[in-house]
Write a protein that binds this ligand. Structure first.
Ligand SMILES: Nc1ncnc2c1ncn2[C@@H]1O[C@H](COP(=O)(O)OP(=O)(O)OP(=O)(O)O)[C@@H](O)[C@H]1O
Ligand SMILES: [Mg+2]
Length: 838
């Protein structure tokens, strides 16, 4: 009887067979999530109000293929008639709200994912799984999620898989540790997200967890102390994040044979040097500069470091109009940094040299360059700024002024000295400041690595944490954005490939034909950026070749780019936007302005300035000179910023490939980092950029939901013929047959599922459909039962009533007859009495 009940027909797939081709299966699979499966009255759907806004609604009526819906969110109760089908996608049942793993959602479309995250966020659940990926939404406030009690709960999970634990960064860190111990292989946590999304905080939480989990040797404290140092030297206030990391970093935490932390190694990528000399309005330079000026309390030391009263007296710090951060105490942070510096083994003399160099860099910004109109040369004003800069950098004043105002040019036969214009001298000054700061940063990282070197105790196993800048797209995008987006493109590729491999392993174990799944990665876009001959010419190869041409310029670069790549779908130029080209990234097209590309890629520091640094009496400055000289030598040998970055990226990717990967995607809930606010459009854009939707896409391409045969039969066996229901299924073959029989009851076409050895795998939305149908069947059965019960109850009632009426009428008849007899007797008696009386 149940099988005869009518329910929504299977969409788009009637007549499809089990041998459906890959494309047809993937097409129908995507349709499952993005088109409305059931338009029957009462189905929940998402209504697309505009490009970014989805409203929850319910189908009211669907008579002519253009349903009417009633809004549930936005304007609750509002009726919209004749809605276009392409504005509707299915919504998950009410039951599936705020669930901890997105891939468990019946429908994995964008509004459903967004809604789930938003509901969890409002319940202060900032962590959600998307299959093997952890999504961490920045809470923008302190939450009691990292107490020692919480850490203790998750520590247990680090030794054996514990299912009941909610998603958490500790859970991911614990799983990485467990995999390292069990499999004996190194692991990596790849943390990604846009600026302010919480990557660095998440990295710190993971490091703290590892220290709590595998500390004991004392090194873990030093490893944690690298955080304040790296943040002071590499972080700055930007408009998007008051503690923004202006470099990418990879921290390897090394373990000894007893699985305790025994050391660490830090690698850094692309420090934003230009911030030292220039910041946008409202932004700051690196924290350490403000800390130095505000936190040096000893007067003698202030004198020795030539520090003025406040940061704004330094031109490099004053120009942006911002020297403070709300709620941040630079002086207190400086004390912490000084302590950490000495803990990592820097001597007081080293620290003094470091601080002097920082002060010298700041004084360089105060140098005043005056034009000499007679011969278009320039000179540097002889004032306290000059003496302070020279003294702090261990240079002679005359050497400094000469090097900043002259340039030696080598011709074939002689060495010519060319005086620089005021503008050129200012550029030389800024270049020196940037080179010195970059050198200081490299030196600090080297000092940390020296201190944390794991030595002989290391087992060779480590857990690496990658805190790297996310995809960037601004109004104007330059060389730096191209490098950052290239890194993201490579990491995204690795992410998709890895997830796919994981899926593949399970399919292979279950004996499922993998070739049915269609999947494309972003190799084409990676090639547009990095291809080298003979594979082709990518943007970076074209750039490098232009840097080698003596007459290469940003214009010739644009021409060469158009020649090499104009036929490529992932590359484009617009004749109306001169000097710009765009690349079609996985996260969307980004337009790059080619101005300055060549100079930034060459990054050549004038050799005279390197020679100047070599004359310094400060060992720190001379060591920076030596490193810079090596780099320049490399540049002469054809090494450019991009070629070095490409090399670093290759090494990074192959290192990650050799480890077990764990992905964390950080999400910024709103642009202002205000607690409690969740801006759907912004989140959606990040979900697209950081590849969470990619996880959904990869899942969609395959069979994301699965059920063990036995569980499936147990749940739906009531739908089998009565004689089969009580049967004990002895072996796999019987079990499989029962599953297939049940799926036929649900009218699921064979192409929508695959039978594995122990599990049945479903295309996206199929399980949702099965559950919906099951719910409708149950509702129909209930209705039927209710009507049947009503029928019998009514019948019984009518019989009872008829019987009661019969009884009542009989009784009433008897009572009436008795009454009549009594009345008659009384009447007769009365007549008799009257007769005798008369
Ligand atoms: N788990 C968290 N708990 C509390 N606050 C957090 C958390 N994660 C992030 N925040 C807040 O958000 C701010 C920005 O986070 P963070 O500096 O980690 O971002 P980021 O992704 O590293 O950004 P950038 O790319 O600019 O370096 C932090 O300063 C902190 O105030
Ligand atoms: Mg950061």
């Amino acid at each position: 009887m149940l099988v005869l009940l009518s329910f929504t027909a299977w969409p788009n797939v009637s007549g499809s067979s089990s041998s459906s081709s890959s494309s047809s299966s993937s097409n129908s699979s995507s349709s499952m999530d993005d088109t409305v499966v059931s338009l029957s009255k009462g189905s929940r759907v998402w209504y697309k109000q505009d490009a970014e806004t989805w409203l929850l609604a319910e189908i009211k009526e669907n008579s002519n293929g253009k349903p009417s819906v009633v809004l549930i969110s936005g304007h609750p109760g509002k009726l919209l008639q004749g809605v276009e089908l392409n504005r509707l996608v299915p919504a998950n049942p009410e039951l599936q709200q705020a669930i901890a793993d997105l891939t468990q959602l019946s429908y994995l479309n964008e509004p459903s994912i967004l809604d789930n995250l938003s509901q969890r966020y409002s319940g202060e659940c900032i962590y959600t799984n998307a299959g093997p990926v952890l999504i961490a939404v920045n809470p923008c406030k302190h939450l009691p999620l990292y107490t020692s009690q919480v850490a203790d709960q998750y520590k247990a999970g680090a030794f054996e898989a514990v299912n009941q634990l909610d998603p958490h960064i500790y859970l991911v860190a614990g799983a990485a540790f467990r995999d390292m111990v069990r499999q004996g292989t190194s692991q990596s946590l790849v943390i990604n997200g846009e600026s302010g999304a919480g990557k660095t905080e998440t990295t710190k939480k993971a490091m703290q967890f590892f220290a709590a989990l595998a500390g004991g040797t004392g090194v873990e404290g030093q490893v944690l102390e690298t955080n304040p140092i790296l943040e002071a030297f590499g972080n700055a206030k930007t408009l998007r994040n008051h503690n923004s990391s202006r470099f990418g970093k990879l921290i390897e935490i090394h373990f000894n044979k007893t699985n305790h932390i025994c050391g660490a190694r830090i690698r850094t990528y692309l420090l934003e040097k230009s911030r030292v000399v220039h910041q946008l309005k409202g932004e700051r330079s690196y924290h350490i500069f403000y800390q130095l000026v505000r936190g040096t309390s000893d007067n003698t030391q202030r004198e020795a470091l030539r520090l003025p009263g406040k940061p704004s007296e330094f031109a490099y710090l004053a120009k942006s109009g911002c020297t403070d951060i709300d709620g941040v105490d630079d002086a207190a942070n400086f004390a912490e940094v000084l302590e950490a510096l000495s803990d990592i083994g820097l001597s007081p003399a080293d620290i003094h040299a470091l601080l002097s160099t920082l002060s010298g860099i700041l004084w360089l910004g105060n140098l005043r360059v005056e034009p000499v109109h007679a011969d278009d040369s320039s000179r540097i004003k002889n004032d306290s700024a000059l003496s302070n800069a020279a003294s702090m950098l261990g240079l002679r004043e005359k050497d400094l002024t000469y090097a900043l105002t002259h340039k030696k040019i080598k011709t074939r036969d002689e060495l010519i000295v060319k005086p620089l214009t005021a503008q050129e001298a200012l550029e030389a000054r800024d270049a020196l400041a940037k080179a010195l700061y970059a050198g200081v940063f490299t030196w600090i990282v080297a000092a940390i690595n020296h201190k944390l070197d794991m030595g002989k105790k290391a087992s060779g196993r480590f857990i690496a944490i990658l805190d790297i800048y996310g995809f960037e797209q601004f109004q104007t995008n330059s060389f730096e954005q191209l490098c950052i987006n290239y890194a993201n493109e490579r990491l995204q590729q690795q992410f998709t490939r890895h997830l796919f491999t994981l899926e593949q392993e399970e399919y292979e174990t279950e004996g499922i034909d993998w070739t049915k799944v269609e999947w494309v990665d972003n190799q084409a876009c990676v090639d547009v950026i990095e291809a080298m001959p003979p594979k082709g010419l990518g943007v970076l190869a074209v750039l490098d070749s232009q840097c080698r041409f003596p007459k290469g310029s940003d214009e010739t670069f644009m021409h060469a780019l158009s020649d090499a790549l104009s036929a490529n779908d992932h590359f484009g130029t617009d004749p109306r936007r001169q000097g710009e080209f765009f690349v079609n990234h996985y996260a969307g097209p980004v337009s790059y302005n080619s101005t300055g590309f060549l100079d930034k890629n060459k990054d050549m520091l004038n050799a005279d300035l390197v020679q100047l640094m070599e004359t310094s009496s400060s060992p720190l400055v001379t060591s920076i000179a030596a490193t810079t000289a090596d780099e320049i030598e490399g540049r002469r040998g054809g090494q450019t910023v991009s070629s070095r970055f490409t090399q670093q990226l290759r090494e990074l990717v192959s290192m990650l490939d050799a480890t077990g990967l764990h992905f964390v995607r950080c999400i910024k809930p709103n642009a202002k980092l205000a607690a409690g606010s969740f801006t759907s459009e912004l989140v959606l854009q990040q979900l697209r950029c950081c590849g969470v939707l990619e996880v959904a896409r990869v899942s969609r391409a395959g069979f994301p939901t699965r059920y063990r045969h036995a569980d499936f039969v147990q749940r739906y066996k009531i739908l089998l013929p009565r004689e089969q229901q009580g049967m004990v299924l002895h072996n796999d073959a019987e079990m499989r047959a029962a599953v297939v029989q049940l799926l036929a009851v649900f009218k699921v076409p064979p192409g929508q599922y695959e039978m594995g050895r122990s599990k049945v795998f479903f295309k996206p939305g199929v399980l949702g459909y099965v559950e919906d149908t099951w719910a409708k069947m149950q509702a129909s059965v209930l209705k039927l039962q209710a009507y049947t019960r009503m029928f019998f109850a009514r019948k019984r009632f009518q019989q009872h009533r008829a019987a009661a009426q019969l009884l009542q009428s009989g009784w009433r008849g008897r009572v009436a007859r008795l009454q009549f007899a009594r009345d008659l007797r009384q009447h007769k008696a009365a007549v008799c009495i009257q007769r005798h009386y008369r």
